[in-house]
Write a protein that binds this ligand. Structure first.
Ligand code: SF4
Length: 247
């Protein structure tokens, strides 16, 4: 991982700068329209709420050894609350699992003022704006991947990445290439529990905790817990000091 170049304090400041750049990005006209249209027409249960309706930055511990990468904010989850995986069922699953794994101070993730802190863990996504049907276009992904690349460069303690789903898996591989990591041939294919090593990084695949996967039993709590146990082994012992919360 010769690609990392920062001290912890520079990393935290740099992450804040990346997040600030994310928050004002308007590179993808279709997604700018969609994130705002979703806010303008919320489902009944969220009517009257003040939506974030902007791109969403990463969240967690700037000295994290483990980074979790999702697809993109949900229209009425992170696009509403402004924090990754916060305010929807996928987030309920993810943060409950992180809490069981000792990586979150509480199992609930309701809004950015709920007191949740992550331990040795950073949560982010390949694409930062809510996409229609959860399907970003390739050009939108390519526009957004550099934000993930910048975060990975600044998270100097990170050596392990969990990709939630195939889109995130591909996005992480693209990001690692941007960081100057080796090109794996053949390209490793996503699967739940699949592991790949890229220039000193460990990449671990996990089914996305979408309702489609959790309702059908394709992803169970036990399966998520196994992934976090394995990620803990790959990432090594937990960072114990110098944490700075970001996001
Ligand atoms: S998806 Fe990413 S690149 Fe596109 S507008 Fe949103 S933040 Fe910018």
């Amino acid at each position: 991982m010769s690609n990392r170049r920062t001290s912890s304090s520079e990393g935290a400041g740099g992450l804040a700068e990346v997040t600030a750049a994310v928050h004002v990005c308007q590179k993808c006209p279709r997604l700018v329209s969609w994130r705002e249209a979703s806010a303008a027409d919320p489902p009944r249960r969220f009517r009257g709420e003040n939506y974030w309706a902007r791109p969403v930055g990463g969240f967690g511990d700037s000295t994290a050894r483990l980074v979790i990468v999702g697809l993109a904010p949900a229209a009425h989850g992170a696009n509403r609350t402004g924090r990754m995986f916060t305010g929807d069922r996928s987030g309920d699953w993810l943060y409950a699992a992180l809490h069981r794994a000792g990586r979150a101070t509480q199992p609930e993730s309701v809004d950015p003022t709920d007191g949740l802190r992550l331990i040795d863990t950073y949560v982010t996504a390949v694409v930062r704006c809510a996409p229609p049907a959860n399907r970003p276009a390739p050009a939108e992904r390519d526009n957004c991947v550099p934000f993930l690349t910048q975060e990975l460069a600044l998270l100097e303690g990170c050596n392990t990445i969990i990709a939630l789903g195939g889109f995130a898996w591909d996005g992480v591989l693209r990001s690692l290439l941007e960081l100057g990591c080796e090109t794996l041939r053949p390209k490793p294919r996503f699967g739940h529990g699949v592991e790949a090593r890229v220039s000193g990084w460990a990449l671990l695949g996990c089914y996305h905790p979408s309702q489609q996967n959790t309702f059908t039993g394709r992803l169970t709590e036990g399966m998520l817990d196994e992934v976090f146990t394995r990620a803990g082994q790959l990432a090594g012992t937990r960072a114990s000091k110098g944490r700075i919360e970001v996001g």
